[in-house]
Design a protein around this ligand. Structure first.
Ligand code: GLN
Length: 197
């Protein structure tokens, strides 16, 4: 690959700027993706947190749902945080009426599993694949992963056993927001899967 990896950030809704900041700090070039022509320009895609029902609807009206599903089938590395995890899940609990996902992760995800916005919290989370130093994980109306199918593997669980991070080949899905606590290792892992592709 010539030059820096070019990482797209799905920019229909959600915390796009925080991801740009982390990725640029790691030396990647970033591109905001709102249309299919932009998706073909990138080596990987971040699906940010926000509101999955809105990201779903806008991705369909911008003609991005099928191109993103095809990119997943083609093995494009992707990182989904919070609503982004919901978008990458094959199955949802507590989906809104008619809500669709891109799929790709062989998991079932329960939306809003931690209650309301006011019940947001931060924890130090051990993610063995990222080393001994715990991750500072901010949960903001996050989902939990209630079932992990044979295709996916668990990256992290809370002390009570609830799974909050999974991986399946080049796809990473996490319930929380590493981009707002200065945590860069998930984005580094995404960049690694671009360079090893
Ligand atoms: N509760 C939101 C949803 O269902 C996700 C929240 C977030 O991304 N911080 O999409």
């Amino acid at each position: 690959m010539a030059g820096n990896p070019r990482i797209g950030i799905l920019s229909l809704q959600g915390d796009v700027r925080e991801h740009e900041h982390v990725l640029q700090g790691l030396g990647a070039d970033t591109l905001r993706v709102r249309r299919p022509a932009e998706l073909v320009e990138v080596d990987a895609l971040v699906i940010p947190g926000g509101e999955s029902t809105v990201i779903d609807k806008l991705s369909r009206s911008f003609g991005l749902q099928e191109p993103i599903r095809q990119a997943i089938r083609d093995g494009m590395p992707m990182l989904g945080t919070c609503a982004g995890l919901i978008m990458l899940a094959d199955a949802l609990t507590d989906a809104a009426e008619g809500q669709q996902t891109f799929g790709g992760l062989d998991v079932r995800v329960q939306r809003n599993a931690f209650g309301r916005q006011t019940e947001s919290f931060e924890v130090a989370l051990i993610v063995p694949a990222l080393g001994a130093q715990p991750v500072r994980a901010a949960f903001i109306r996050g989902p939990v992963i209630t079932a992990v199918g044979p295709g996916a593997s668990t990256l992290a669980a809370l002390p009570d056993g609830r799974v909050v991070a999974v991986e399946q080949g080049p796809l990473i899905g996490i319930s929380f927001h590493p981009e707002i606590t200065g945590e860069t290792r998930f984005h580094e892992r995404l960049l690694d899967s671009v360079t090893s592709r």
